[in-house]
Design a protein around this ligand. Sequence first.
Ligand code: F0G
Length: 459
Amino acid sequence: MNLPLEPFRIKTVEPIHLVDRQTREKLIREAGFNVFRIPAESIFIDLLTDSGTSAMSDYQWAGIMMGDESYAGSRNFYHLQETVKQIMGFEFLLPTHQGRAAENILFSTVLKKGDVVPNNIHFDTTRANVEYIGATALDCVIDEGLHPEVEHPFKGNMDAEKLNAAIRKYGAEQIPLVSVTLTNNSGGGQPVSMENIRQISRICREHSIPFFFDAARFAENAYFIKLREKEFQNTPVKEIVREMFSYADGCWVSAKKDGLVNIGGFIALKDEALFQKLQNLLILREGFPTYGGLAGRDLEALARGLQDVLQEEYLHYRIEHTAYLGNLLIDAGIPIVKPIGGHAVYIDVKKFLPNIPQSMFPGQALTVALYREGGIRGVEIGSLMFAAKDPQTGEWHYPELELVRLAIPRRVYTVSHLTYVAEILSAIAKNRNQLKGLRLVYEPPFLRHFTAILKEVEL
Ligand code: F0G
């Protein structure tokens, strides 16, 4: 039997509904062909994101009742601090309300205009937070990571040569930190190997550049290391996690992923001087250092979520569950990024819809079809999210990858739900030549995919 067996049973249920086709048609038009603008109650299977959409365990819900809502010195903060120290080895903790607040506080403190931040691939909020300061977000993923059809066990790895070239070009003084995203979300949820982490940290140390992880999906990354890196096949995941973080100076985490909570984030660090500086900004932007933008109960749910996520039975199921959907799509001849990532299946839209040019947002066109046909919400990670106009020439640059991500919330959807998604995609594949392109009607100055309004156009 190849079914991913859930290591939990269901104690609370949340009804979901498939609204009729006519209503879906009306809603997608009213939303300006942007699935971010559709009310979630009219979505049947929501694969927009795995962020903040996890189901919490009874252990976490019990922790919610143990919230200590003191303004200063909440016991839940100490529990979280102790848990992060135990799991990641970092002494200093700054809780934030979510990942991008952590990025903002860290980058506003350490970056200045003209600096450069190498990463494997920056996630969109990370890139936006770097660029907002006037610094450059430089993607240095290995070439394999840019080619959806190329199989590589660790396609999230950073290319050491690209990093060295950046250090030669800009000089270490212009690179206040190097970051590696675990797993590499914008490149297909692909993991980074321990060997690569060691290598990148060595380069950073040689040049005295602080090395950070964007560690939203650190547990999934660690499980892939166990599965795919021979040296670690018998190592407990907790030890793998400890070793991963031992090579870094710090990390920022959107806890809405592997923290298994609906809201939360943090920065964790080794350096006390940097911690002090960040703390001042934390107080200004998020709140007192022992709650930092979260309620005491949220801190407790997070401390417990970080323990839950490292259970190997859970991680085994999690990776298999995602692979289950990916394999159904492969069997149906739908091109996806390979190997299948940890938190999502990514459809390779350049291959799936070759007749729609990137200037007409083919990825977005597929998200529209998913909603129309099945009430399913996925997200475009392609030309709508990343295409940029050259300020000098006015020419558009389109991203190498044009993907639609089907992100899988943790412990939420069953095997039947995923089977339904694969069936809808197979139906779309049969009529793919009828899909229309899109044109922008409204776009904000940055992070435009969230609020853009589009119009369908004939090819
Ligand atoms: N870094 C990574 C790798 C992420 O995937 C995200 C969020 C963030 C930072 C920002 O964290 O949302 O808590 O502010 N990713 C979500 C997603 C939104 O859908 O992949 P946040």
